[in-house]
Each structure stands twice: as C-alpha cells, then as structure tokens.
Design a protein around this ligand. Sequence first.
Ligand code: PLP
Length: 450
Amino acid sequence: MVVREAVRSGLVGPAQVVSGFVDADGIQESVRDLHRAFGDAPVLHTFAVKAASLVPVLRLLARSGMGCEVASPGELAQAVAAGFPPERIVLDSPAKTHAELAHALELGVAVNADNFAEVDRIGELLAVSESASVLGLRINPQVGAGAIDAMSTASASSKFGVPLRDPGARQRVLDTFAERPWLTRLHVHVGSQGCSLELIGEGVRATFELAEEINAAARRQQVTSLDIGGGLPVNFDDDEIRPTYETYVRRLRAAVPGLLTGRYDLVTEFGRSLVAKNGFTAAVVEYTKDTGGRRIALTHAGAHIATRTVFMPDAWPLRIAVYDRDGRPKYAPERVQDVAGPCCFAGDLVARGRTLPELAPGDLVVLLDTGGYYFSTPWSYNSLARPAVHGFTTHGPAPRFATVRREQTLAEILAESGVDQADALLFGDFGDFGEAGSDAAHARLVPTGD
Ligand SMILES: *Cc1c(COP(=O)(O)O)cnc(C)c1O
C-alpha cells in the first residue's frame, strides 16, 4: 500500500527513479520495544547516528526519548541540529582530534576515549578548562570476532579500544583510573551484525568485572556508569524481528547478573536494529537483457545506495520485492535473474541469480530492510545523485509522506565537484583552445539542475 501510494504521489517512478523510504511509525515502535525491554533500569538509550544520519530521523528519535551516539564532527553537528541536549550525546570516534575533543568538552557531551593517548589529551584539556562531560574509556574485551570480520570490534587485534587481555593492559587501565578521578565510565562495543548474543554478553561481563575491580581499588564508586554499546544483529531473511530487545536483555541478565540492578547507570548504543526494518529503497527497472545465459535487470539501485551489499554480497544479502509500474505487488512467472545497478563497473549487482517474478522495464524493485546504512549512507560513485528520502506514516485513512532529504541536484553535484574552482589547475599558459571550458560554453551545455 505504501509503494502504491508513493508511485501515485510521484515519489518513485519514471520521473524519480530511486528513493528511500522511512517508516516513522515503525521507528517509534522499535524505540518503544527497546525501552520496554529494559524496564525500570537506569538506562540512557542512544542511537548510533551512522546508521541513519538524517536530521529528521534523528529528531524523531530525540522526541521519542532516545539519546545519540556520534563518531565525527558531522554526526555531532547533526545530533545538535536534531535537538539532542549535550547530556544525551555520546562521542565515540576512534580518531578524535585535539580540536574535536576541545569542542566536545566545551559542549558537555560524554566522551569515550579510545586509547591511553586520548585519555592524556583529555587530561590536558581539563587542566585548562572545566567540563560537564562524562568521561570514559573504551575497552576491547578481546572476546573474539563474529561472523563478519569487518564488523567485529572485539577480536584480539581490533582497532578499537584498549585491548584488555594484552600483557600489562589491565594494570595500566587500573593505574589510569587511579590517577584520573574524572574518568567515571567504561565503554564497550563488541559489534552487532554477525555477533552472537553470547559474544556481546561476554564483552559486557568483562566490562562489568573491570568496573568492579577499579571501584574496589579506589575504595569508592569511581566508575558510576557503563556504556555497553550495541548493537543487535538484524535478521535480513524475513519479516520477523529476531533477536528481539527482550531476548537481548534476558541474555544480558543471565550473563551479567549485577548489570541491571541500578548499581551502574547504563548507556546503550543501537543503530541498525532500530532502523533497518523501518525503511526500504524503491528503484525503477530501466531495461532487461539476456547476456551469456544470464537474465539481467538494469535498475537504479546499485552500489551508490547498497554499497556493502554490492561489495560483500555474502555478508549483506538483501531481500528484494517486485512491484509493477503502479506500485502493486507483481505476480508473474518467476525466473532466475540478476538485479544490477546503474554504476559503471561489472560487479554492480544488488542480487545475483535470484528467483523473482520476471522483471520488465518500468517495474519497481524494492530493497527491503534498508532503513539503516543504505540510502542514508550514499556513495557518490559515478557522480550519481544522492537519492531523495521520504518518511511516511500509515496512521490515518491513507499513508502520508514527508520529505526527509531532497534528491541531490545537478547544480549541487557540480558545486561539490569543484565547478567554482574550474580553472584551479590551469597553472601554465594554455594558449587559445577556442571557447572549450569557458563560462559561455558552460552556460549553454550544463543544465542548472533546479
Ligand atoms: C556502529 C556503532 C554502534 C551501532 O551499531 P549497529 O550495528 O548499527 O547497531 C554502536 N556503538 C558504536 C561505538 C558503533 O561504532
């Protein structure tokens, strides 16, 4: 029904060949599920901005009771613009510059240092100015990797945090806290997609035990909060939400019995699990062809939107639903097809050898579960436009839509590719090559894009 209405409203179709869609009701429902699962425990649930770095999405999450986890100056600016107060923002990036740290401390957002050198930098800043920031240290419990290497942050040699099991590291953490009373938080994020709940639970338990050890050594509760990170793996195979937040909390209670007793304030960081199933991407099939025995549908959904799926198809497979040009579910004899995107490289396929109703030009392919890390994280390959994103609600007689992000215009693409500095490389004398590249030629050839 939503796809149908989107086509009718011109949000996707021949004139708008690809768009992202965000289910605003679904996001609120997911946030409610998360809060319900943790019950009365003192928890600040934050949303990892990288999963959906769109200000309207962030504002919806802020108004729904979430805090916000950021990992770059851009994400911090988005969080502030969305209306998260500083005390509900956590800064986590692994390579914070001196200036970024100073800014974060000035704002009063929580900061988790990634390593001892960063702790030192924070110490230097605190020596010259006060800050309301809660300050923590990220540890790597080294509990092992999940099924996707690139998504595993707690392997023995992960780039994140202080490797707790390395020789001498635990003692150095204890010393670091003993010397710096302003360190009051431990942070851990084992990973999410491809990581089992057991692995995540083990990482949280290691963090809890370290906090107990630090506090025992300090003879007071120096560590008052634990940021237990995220995330939760998402089921991309069907519509079921699996595992649920409820299951996650049950496992956490079992793995770390003291965790939810109120002894520590908690922070969580969830991204994908809050948004993946609350969004989809719809794209037009432009052509179909048969090549070397393959049936290929050439669509407008490719690596510029589904980057991970295209480059790591086994780790990030996506379900694809097929609709006709009017946005109705398509019923046609099935056949094995490749679904290709518009990028100019051969591997630009969002599905290979997939059995789907036979696609025809004008049909729509819908990439399901793409509410996180897909249309919100576009890649500007081939100078393809960042797609428009629309939010919708189905409360009411018919779905209602609102623009979350406009499609990038040609004028914007030109501006971001340096059109205002077009002469920048003409260091020498280029003589007279007619008017090629002149402003007059440019004005004739290039549409304004608006
Ligand atoms: C990415 C990230 C998250 C969220 O991960 P999801 O898989 O999107 O849930 C949480 N914490 C940190 C530190 C992260 O980098």
